[in-house]
Design a protein around this ligand. Structure first.
Ligand SMILES: Nc1nc2c(ncn2[C@@H]2O[C@H](COP(=O)(O)OP(=O)(O)O)[C@@H](O)[C@H]2O)c(=O)[nH]1
Ligand SMILES: [Mg+2]
Length: 238
């Protein structure tokens, strides 16, 4: 769970998450700085949220780095990325994880499938992500109409085999969906309702992050690859 300055919202989000998830789980709230007030809220109430801890990410700032750090520290075979501002329906975490346990490499919560909804949020971002998600499913068939939503479950085996190259915004979701597509691994989806934050400011940087999204949109297209070939084509060291 990437978090920046979420002191006002994190408590309710963790209450809801722990009420909804009955399977054993570890929750990592990943902040960029030790003085982020989110940490104070979580640590001031020891025992209130069992299994929840804060991770201060030393790798670099921004959502992609936070997600990478959380994924690297997580020990479970199924990983779920969800937001700390309450945008995601925590009631779907179990179902998404269940799809991965059942064999999907990626399970996406989709705003753009029949039954899905998006409430609030900045309209240019909403419009572009809808256009990207729908057109991608039409043209490249990755298995979800909402490749850009961050609320997804992943098999840890997928992430281990191909790694995460994103370093900027929330493009990790489309990156791993694109990689699963090129590996021809199953991607599943469920309709979801996404909500714009009720308080605080969105950290989304549409113009700055767009090129990174486009890179992974393009990577969805093309012949099947092995994990080794995916790494060779995408890894920064390559
Ligand atoms: N660690 C970390 N988390 C971030 C950063 N920017 C946003 N987040 C978190 O990512 C989630 C989604 O961010 P938000 O600003 O709501 O983006 P939006 O919903 O796409 O407008 C929230 O949990 C934020 O706290 C960042 O720079 N670092
Ligand atoms: Mg948000």
């Amino acid at each position: 769970m990437p978090a920046r300055n979420e002191a006002a919202l994190i408590g309710a989000v963790l209450d809801r998450l722990l009420a909804e998830v009955s399977s054993p789980c570890e929750v990592l709230v990943v902040v960029d700085r030790p003085d982020d007030a989110t940490v104070g809220v979580v640590e001031r109430q020891p025992g209130r949220w069992p299994g929840v801890s804060c991770l201060v990410n030393g790798r670099g700032t921004g959502p992609a780095q936070a997600i990478r750090a959380g994924v690297a520290a997580a020990r479970a075979p199924v990983l779920v990325v969800t937001m700390a501002d309450g945008s995601d329906d925590a009631g779907q975490i179990e179902a998404l994880a269940g799809l991965v346990e059942g064999g999907a490499a990626v399970a996406a919560a989709s705003r753009y499938t029949a039954g899905g909804r998006q409430l609030g949020g900045q309209w240019p971002k909403c419009l572009l992500s809808r256009l990207a998600g729908r057109s991608l499913q039409l043209l490249a068939r990755p298995g979800t109409c909402d490749a850009t939503n961050s609320f997804k479950a992943y098999s840890a085996a997928l992430v281990d085999s191909v790694g995460i190259d994103s370093r900027h915004g929330f493009e990790v979701g489309i990156e791993l969906t694109a990689k699963a597509r090129r590996l021809r691994l199953p991607v599943a989806e469920l309709p979801t309702t996404w909500r714009g934050r009720p308080a605080g400011r969105s950290g989304f940087r549409l113009v700055r992050w767009l090129p990174h999204y486009l890179r992974w949109y393009a990577f969805c297209f093309g012949p099947p690859l092995t994990a080794q070939q995916v790494r060779a084509k995408t890894s920064r060291a390559a």
